[in-house]
Design a protein around this ligand. Structure first.
Ligand SMILES: Nc1ncnc2c1ncn2[C@@H]1O[C@H](COP(=O)(O)OP(=O)(O)OP(=O)(O)O)[C@@H](O)[C@H]1O
Length: 591
């Protein structure tokens, strides 16, 4: 219930019957009788000056006239409250309500008080009813559920959790989580604000899978929820089996789950981290694409995960039994492109391997060929690729035989292919062969809500890679990551995390480890030092950087307008220090 509906102003009787101070006792009596009132407020220029009470009239008339002014028997013994007072503060009635100009605007009598009390009882009943349902769901859920407050004290604890821990619910509530749940990491989540999803956890000697979710309110962590999802790994396998069965029933390709025989590089859709709406949409489309053999054209800035999507599609359909062959068209010199893609026959040219060489298309037979940076493919090669797509056959350089090939084609680019078609740099007929299912992958700056989950996964993966204890990340650093533009997208985030992980000696990565995140303009250094294999995209990156700076400049201007130029407040809203804001302002003036 909102406080505003509790103010006396909302509940008072505003059709108040009043009398003027110039009236006679006779007139006042007449009004009181007609209106069935025992008491009437006397007003002067809209303000209450006293009250007329019917029961005082009889005594008065023993010695005075009924034609006297009503003010002669006016009582000054009455209560007044201002209109902002809450109903629960009203203890005695009747009471008169005045506004901030001290004008009489209403009254609360027994009647209004009764209405309010009735309303409260009804509200409480409704609340009790919903609470009963919440409680019911909370306690009957198979999943163990617990909620701790900001200090790690257990506030909610359901029956299932009680079963797993062996601690009765009544005892657990009010205790610190570490004293109830073995090896709990809820205090860590409270500290970092990073959710930990689907984590193995050893509880009372049993392996279970848990989620640990921070609870935010007004940019502050006010608690954390622990959800015990699966009892041991066998339950997960049962779920996978049921899903696979469902898929078989639907006569569709089984979903690609990593099995013991699959190679390590396998990427599943689950590995494409992020749950924001802008990444969920291409993920949904890609899952559908995986069920067909149609060509997929993936577009998006460098480092957004185009290859990641291509692999998930490959491993998500029957092509996963063949190879995933990735070719970076921009990285292969023009002269070598043909032999790389089509291979060459025995003794095809001087210096060639005497046994000949198998090309990428042949290697991708019954699998997937991923042509990355397809926009950089020379025109002559475009014609040859078109032929392979039409004929589904390849002929090695210097060879005389064609070999049938069956592959799934996925291409990717960060260039505007339709524009290249218009300028004649890309063949229109090839474009339409590639552009069957388009997937557009959003830049990280458009889905910053996914950062915590990516951070959490990467930190776990790094701990495994370096075979050290898991490290946690400071909330302030995480907030800084939200304000940064990420021109190098997820690749840049991954590299930043690895650098932080390696450079941090302790278990907790703090803000001091990466002050340059504060400086968006250092992004170019970040990009160059983090992505040495991508020098060929520096032009595009410069563009991205300029776009990012422009965006930032606009954001700063908008924020300053919002806070009427107050720089301290603007810096706070933008999540940067005042000095950083000043630096940025002086720099942008030069742009
Ligand atoms: N959604 C994601 N979840 C987890 N990791 C991701 C995700 N997207 C990308 N990555 C990781 O980021 C890095 C870059 O991804 P990827 O190579 O797929 O990007 P790209 O768009 O193909 O880049 P480029 O255009 O420069 O080739 C890889 O290490 C990849 O594993």
């Amino acid at each position: 219930m909102e406080e505003v509906i509790h103010t006396v102003e909302k509940w008072m009787n505003s059709n108040l019957i009043t009398i003027q101070k110039s009236m006679t006792i006779k007139d006042a009596m007449k009004i009181a009788t007609e209106q069935n009132q025992t008491e009437l407020p006397i007003i002067d220029n809209g303000s209450i000056m006293g009250v007329f009470r019917v029961h005082e009239v009889v005594n008065y008339l023993q010695e005075h006239s009924v034609m006297d002014d009503v003010t002669r028997i006016m009582s000054l013994n009455y209560r007044v409250l201002n209109d902002r007072i809450l109903m629960r503060q009203v203890t005695d009635v009747p009471v008169y309500i005045i506004n901030e100009d001290e004008k009489l605007i209403g009254s609360i009598s027994d009647k209004e008080l009764t209405y309010f009390q009735r309303f409260l009882i009804e509200e409480l009943d409704k609340r009790e009813e919903s609470l009963r349902w919440y409680q019911f769901v909370f306690d009957t859920a198979y999943e163990g559920l617990t909620v701790v407050d900001e200090n790690g004290i257990i506030r909610l604890f359901n029956q299932a959790y009680s079963r797993y821990t062996g601690v009765p619910k009544g005892k657990a509530v009010g205790m610190h989580a570490v004293n109830v749940i073995d090896n709990t990491r809820l205090p860590v989540v409270l500290k970092t604000g990073v959710p930990e999803r689907s984590q193995p956890h050893n509880l009372q000697g049993q392996n279970v899978i848990v989620h640990r979710i921070p609870i935010w309110e007004n940019n502050k962590i006010i608690g954390a929820a622990g959800i015990l999802v699966y009892e041991g790994v066998s339950e997960i396998y049962q779920v996978i089996q049921r899903m696979e069965q469902l898929d078989v029933q639907k006569n569709q390709s089984p979903i690609a789950y990593k099995t013991v025989n699959e190679p390590e590089a396998c990427v599943k859709f689950e590995d494409i981290l992020g749950e924001s709406p802008v990444i969920s949409e291409p993920k949904k489309m890609a899952r559908k694409a995986a069920k067909s053999q149609a060509a997929v054209l993936i577009t998006g800035e460098s480092g957004v995960g185009k290859e990641q999507f291509a692999k998930a599609i490959h491993y998500g359909c029957s092509t996963r039994h063949g190879n995933f062959i990735s070719v970076n068209c921009a990285a292969i010199p023009d002269g070598l492109m043909e032999s790389e893609l089509f291979g060459y026959a025995k003794g095809a040219f001087t210096g060639a391997d005497k046994d000949g060489k198998i090309g990428k298309f042949e290697l991708a037979h019954n699998g997937t060929i991923f042509l990355d940076e397809i926009g950089d493919m020379p025109l002559a090669m475009q014609a040859k690729i078109l032929r392979v797509l039409q004929e589904k056959k390849v002929e090695r350089v210097g060879g005389h035989q064609s070999t049938p090939v069956n592959f799934r084609l996925i291409t990717a680019t960060n260039k505007d292919l339709p524009q290249l078609v218009r300028t004649g740099e890309f063949r229109e007929d090839l474009f339409y062969r590639l552009y069957v299912i388009p997937l557009s992958i959003p830049p990280l700056r458009d889905r910053k809500e996914d950062i915590p989950i990516i951070v959490s996964h990467k930190l776990q993966a790094l701990a495994k890679t370096y075979d050290v204890k898991e490290k946690t990340i400071d909330q302030k650093l995480l907030q800084m990551m939200h304000t940064y533009h990420w021109p190098g997208n997820i690749r840049e985030l991954m590299n930043v995390l690895e650098r932080l992980f390696v450079l941090t000696d302790g278990d907790h990565i703090t803000f001091d480890e990466l002050p340059e995140l504060e400086q968006t303009n250092t992004a170019s250094q970040e990009m160059e030092s983090y992505s040495p294999s991508h020098h060929n995209h520096l032009g595009r990156r410069k563009e991205l950087l300029e776009e990012a700076s422009k965006e930032e400049q606009e954001l700063i201007e908008r924020t300053l307008r919002k806070v009427q130029g107050n720089k301290s407040q603007a810096a706070k809203l933008l999540g940067m220090s005042r000095s950083t804001l000043y630096n940025k302002l002086s720099r942008y003036k030069k742009i």
